[in-house]
Design a protein around this ligand. Structure first.
Ligand code: FAD
Length: 638
């Protein structure tokens, strides 16, 4: 939040409407009731149970509406007290830190927020905040009324049962990194997994019920609230092994796995979802289930890329451990072209060079193609020494150097490798490299609370637009390269384009492609050489004086993004989109995210969550609900 942006009001001016304000004020007044001695037996408890029974008996009719705090039949204090006891005192009223700034930006509380809000660990510690604060004309981050700060699956089950029995809107939050705002909702009950982050390595794991069918293998079991930095520290820095997770260190483990999940080295190791061996999940009926290839295999498959917050609340995941190579490295080169023609030639050369030398499991991360004719390469390599990496790039650098009038290399290119085991080793990086991590400077923070400097811009941002499209590897064929370059050039006239090579699996090992084929992710990823991503964002939060999001700039940017990606869609009309990095307003999202897998996913959803307790924007089954997930639109199909 709070980057820039003079406020222009507009439609998004929804920060603190009167009803919300009254509700929050009411909540504040109620908070003394949290003292244990004030919890008393209450007739309204019985009333709540009766109403819930009637509602459940009525089923999930069209027009069914979940309760809000302003409703007369919102659960009584005694009911909340009972839930609090069930979850061992871990039910908390949700504080909304931004509220201080909505009231007075000069207040101490607001100044404290402003100091901390660009620290993703601070945000993650607040049940009432999310890493993205909103999206122009789409959503604005709002706190739940209460959160169960879950410590185990039974706490999660108690929250799920309570939400179901009382017709509440339920939300699940792990790392809080959803671009689409799917881990926050006002007037809801939140399952907050942040306190659950144990990590255990198992040398010979066999999924439950799979004895005799699967050979024991090295695996790591991670509780749902852990973030990838914690996993990488345990598995790679301390354990000398590899687990496929996300690129951003502060993304939540369970959220990423359910999205599909790509990391910098996914071209070699496949998606995070494909590495899932088993999960423990609380389904809408409150049962704690073990799911794997042998038990509840349909639900297991759906959790592998079918989208978070949709099929249940995951309490832990067990993921394959892999061999770590000796080296990982990077190729960071920024080339500016002197003219449009020179830029087209550069793109053409790079596409051919990529197709010939980099289109394999050794090279991941991305190239940025900018509107002002810069090709910004930020690539990583797997299992190549510095000499090997330099040799590969030598022809590209020589080609650029041959035309000094046309091309300038900006900054000092970086081409080299390092011991893979130290990739996420904060201390080693500090001693041996220039700053690649930003650190949590709060007193008492773990020295491992680090995030890539490259991800810093996404902390507390307010999105303007974001779209993605998988680019088929067939475009790298000689007779297609010209069309690809034309589309990239034309698109880049509207907005910068990023090609994330590690988010398309073509060129990777056959067995990893096969493993991802066995997940719910859109199969189009298997034959894509890259995911094209175009996005833009500013800062701010609606209603905070002097820090309003720039709505006009946001709308303009969204149009430009759309025009840009449409240039690529002209080449790739059915390129789908990656659920986690896609447009809030995605058309035909069912097929864009999951392709031919959607029908099967819809069946799993009906089986395990027939009343639609778990709702997220553009999640499987969400088309039966109002945009905010409170009102059922259509009769349930059995
Ligand atoms: C800075 C940044 C960098 C990113 N980098 C990458 C990247 O490198 N690769 C990539 O693939 N993606 C990336 N993403 C996207 C990210 O992986 C997804 O948004 C992911 O779903 C976030 O998970 P989370 O737990 O952090 O977020 P949340 O917002 O907490 O959760 C995301 C969704 O999963 C659900 N969920 C979370 N925990 C659970 C649970 N325990 N059980 C059931 N549902 C749950 C939530 O309800 C929500 O719908 C990035 C996002 C950001 C903001």
């Amino acid at each position: 939040m709070v980057d820039d942006a003079a406020g222009s009001g507009g439609k998004i001016h929804s920060a603190m409407d009167r009803r919300t304000f009254l509700r929050r004020s009411g909540l504040a007044a109620l908070s003394p009731l949290w003292a244990r001695e004030l919890w008393g037996a209450d007739k309204s408890l019985i009333r709540d149970a009766e109403t819930a029974d009637q509602r459940n008996a009525a089923g999930v009719r069209t027009g069914f509406r979940r309760r809000r705090p302003s409703d007369a039949d919102w659960p009584s204090q005694a009911s909340w007290k009972r839930l609090n006891e069930e979850v061992d005192g871990n039910l908390v009223p949700v504080n909304f830190p931004i509220e201080a700034c909505l009231k007075d930006t000069a207040s101490t509380a607001c100044q404290n927020l402003m100091r901390n809000v660009h620290n993703p660990y601070y945000i993650a510690d607040q049940p009432g905040l999310t890493q993205t604060l909103g999206w122009v004309d789409a959503w604005v981050s709002k706190p739940s009324v209460y959160a169960v700060a879950a410590r185990n699956a039974h706490h999660i089950a108690a929250a799920v049962n309570f939400a179901r029995e009382n017709d509440l809107r339920l939300v699940v939050k792990g790392g809080g990194h959803s671009y689409q705002g799917t881990s926050n909702a006002e007037d809801s009950l939140l399952v907050w997994t942040r306190p659950m982050h144990d990590i255990t390595i198992n040398e010979a794991f066999v999924p439950r019920g799979c004895k005799g069918e699967q050979v024991p293998q090295r695996a790591v079991t991670i509780e749902a609230g852990a973030i990838w930095m914690q996993a990488y520290d345990a598995v790679t820095t301390k354990g000398g092994a590899y687990v496929q997770g996300g690129g951003c260190t502060t993304v939540g483990v369970a959220g990423l796995v359910q999205s599909g999940g790509f990391g910098s080295f996914s071209k070699h190791y496949g998606t995070a979802a494909a590495g899932l061996l088993e999960a423990e999940v609380v389904t809408a009926d409150g049962n704690v289930r073990i799911v794997n290839a042998c038990t509840n295999s349909d639900l297991f498959w759906a959790l592998k890329g079918g989208g978070g917050g949709t099929f249940g609340a995951v309490s832990k995941v067990t993921l394959r451990l892999r061999e770590l190579p000796e080296f990982w490295g990077a190729a960071i080169v920024r080339v500016r072209a002197a003219s449009d023609d020179a830029f087209r030639r550069l793109l053409h050369y790079f596409v051919a060079f990529y197709g010939e030398h980099l289109f394999n499991d050794r090279w991941g991360e991305h190239a940025r193609i900018t509107s002002d004719n810069v090709l910004d390469l930020l690539m990583v390599c797997h299992d190549l020494s510095t000499e090997e990496a330099r040799k590969i790039w030598q022809p590209f650098l020589a080609w650029v150097a041959r035309s000094p009038g046309a091309y300038t290399i900006e900054g000092q290119p970086i081409l080299g490798s390092m011991p893979a085991r130290h990739w996420w080793d904060v201390e080693w990086r500090q001693q041996n490299h220039q700053a690649v991590f930003d650190l949590d400077q709060r007193p008492g923070a773990s020295s491992n609370n680090a995030w890539w400097t490259g991800d810093a811009g996404q902390v507390a941002w307010f999105l303007y637009g974001y779209e993605s499209l998988w680019m088929p590897a067939s475009l790298l064929k000689l007779d297609s390269q010209k069309r690809l370059v034309q589309a990239l050039f034309a698109g880049s006239r509207h907005k910068d384009i990023e090609l994330h090579f590690n988010k398309g699996l073509a060129g990777g090992p056959r067995e990893e492609i096969q493993a991802t084929r066995n997940t719910a992710t859109n199969p189009i990823v298997l034959s894509a050489f890259a995911l094209a991503i175009v996005g833009d964002a500013g800062g701010g939060y609606p209603g905070v004086r002097g820090h309003e999001p720039d709505v006009a700039a946001g709308r303009k940017a969204r149009q430009e993004i759309h025009k840009c990606v449409n240039e690529l869609r002209a080449l790739v009309p059915n390129g789908g989109a990656y659920i986690s990095e896609s447009d809030f307003f995605q058309e035909d999202w069912q097929h864009a995210y999951w392709g031919s897998n959607y029908t099967r996913l819809a069946g799993v959803k009906k089986k395990y969550d027939p009343t639609g307790l778990f709702f997220v924007h553009n999640g499987v089954g969400s088309d039966e609900w109002s945009d905010d997930g409170f009102v059922r639109r259509a009769r349930t199909r059995k």
